[in-house]
Design a protein around this ligand. Sequence first.
Ligand code: IMP
Length: 196
Amino acid sequence: MPETAAAAPDIVHCQGERFRLYLSEEEIQTRIRALGEQIATDYADLGVPILIGVLNGAFIFTADLMRAIPGDSEVDFYKLSSYGERKVSSGQVTELKDIDAKLEGRHVIVVEDIVDTGLSMKYVIDQITARNPASLRAATLLRKPDAAKVEVSVDYVGFDIDNLFVIGYGLDYGQLARNLRAIYILDEESEEEASA
Ligand code: IMP
């Protein structure tokens, strides 16, 4: 990991806007290892959990989290609409692909990339609750506490972050930047310069 972590630039540009390094690859991976250990401990006596990754944003986090959980786990995916070209939530959640696995009686962990307004996480939790799982918990790599519009309880949180648009590690801006290994935050100073 050191060579890729070192290779992560401090500044990247996406869709003509400037973003600065916010969480390094090493910080992300260290936190995910801790979450994986925590989940393994919590489910040791409960049973095999099934991770439900919320596409597209959570595909990388879901893969890394699953590999950080020692012991058995299963995975499936649920696809919701993303922000598209915008940097703010439309406030509408659209389902694009349902979960294939039967969740009744299962120990389900919803895996999100980020909880922003909380509307998507609440939608997923409501949908899965209706399928009568044996237990249901939620994990997110990032959470923006200042952006919350609905209250959702999240059991495993990677990082609480500032209320600014972020990209990388699965998170996109107009479908780009998902491949970045670190997380980058919108550089507000460059925004101010542009509007001055
Ligand atoms: P929420 O429903 O507002 O909580 O946001 C849910 C979805 O919006 C996330 O799963 C992301 O796909 C997307 N999203 C929210 N904040 C950001 C961001 O800062 N950058 C990129 N995508 C975001």
